[in-house]
Design a protein around this ligand. Structure first.
Ligand SMILES: Cc1cc2nc3c(=O)[nH]c(=O)nc-3n(C[C@H](O)[C@H](O)[C@H](O)COP(=O)(O)OP(=O)(O)OC[C@H]3O[C@@H](n4cnc5c(N)ncnc54)[C@H](O)[C@@H]3O)c2cc1C
Length: 219
């Protein structure tokens, strides 16, 4: 599925870019360094090896970085990478920019956004006919697309009559921050392997001088 997503991103972004103003156009930053350091425990080593095995078995390009020496990465001495691999076809986009562009494109096509919470449904037999918002508005539609992330299950529970049609989705808490570089910032994504669940430590070069870091996620 990840490989399919990797193939789908460029053409999907191209379509999105056609729908938004030039200043909002988004480009993929290609190239990711995966580092193995000793801050995360043994699971890091196992998952680092699993990445190398997967790259090999799917015939993807990758390069071993001598001495784990990632350009412009200046770690504290006890957190230096023990090894690093450069994956030219993996990369990143700024999720905030993508969401802003999706909203702009949707508005351009006549979508209206209501900033409110869905608190319940009205039904006619086994069909949902309208949603009720926290502000008390009732919105009718023929079809509803529920995209409430980890809260989708709870919302759908009200409709399901005990027959859950959706697998449970767990919420993950995390921290992300933007840092200003005082020297040359990183020019590619730098990340660790998965540490537990989906906890990956990622640095993303947001602009020339700033880096978006997602230090960790936990459940
Ligand atoms: C710190 C952090 C870093 C991450 N980094 C990455 C990364 O680098 N790459 C990556 O691929 N993924 C990353 N993820 C995971 C990614 O953010 C999620 O997988 C993704 O956001 C899920 O998208 P979603 O649309 O399903 O749900 P969400 O993004 O959770 O969106 C659901 C929306 O529904 C709204 N909502 C919920 N209940 C209701 C309701 N009753 N009525 C109305 N609205 C409601 C919520 O307010 C929210 O806006 C990260 C997550 C965290 C926490």
């Amino acid at each position: 599925m990840s490989l399919q997503a990797l193939e789908a991103w460029p053409s999907w972004l191209e379509e999105l870019n056609e729908d938004v103003a030039v200043k909002r156009r988004i480009a993929i930053r290609n190239g990711t360094y995966v580092i193995l350091n000793s801050k995360g425990g043994r699971l890091d080593s196992l998952n680092y090896q699993a990445i190398l095995d997967a790259l090999q078995s799917y015939g993807r390009k990758f390069e071993t970085v001598p001495f784990g020496d990632v350009p412009n990465l200046d770690p504290v001495v006890d957190a230096r990478p023990l090894a690093a691999t450069y994956i030219p076809d993996e990369g990143g986009v700024d999720a905030r920019e993508v969401l802003e562009s999706v909203v702009a494109a949707a508005r351009g096509r006549g979508v209206t956004f209501l900033d409110d919470m869905i608190t319940g449904w009205n039904r006619n037999g086994d069909r949902a006919t309208s949603v009720v918002t926290a502000a008390g508005d009732v919105i009718e539609a023929d079809r509803f697309l529920v995209a409430a992330g980890a809260h989708s299950g709870a919302l759908l529970n009200d409709l399901s009559d005990g027959d859950r049609s959706m697998p449970p989705v767990l919420a993950g808490k995390g921290i992300a921050m933007t840092c200003e570089s005082s020297a040359s910032g990183i020019s590619h994504v730098v990340r660790t392997p998965n540490r537990a669940g989906d906890a990956v430590c990622t640095w993303f070069p947001a602009t020339e001088r700033s880096t978006w870091a997602r230090p960790t996620t936990w459940r």
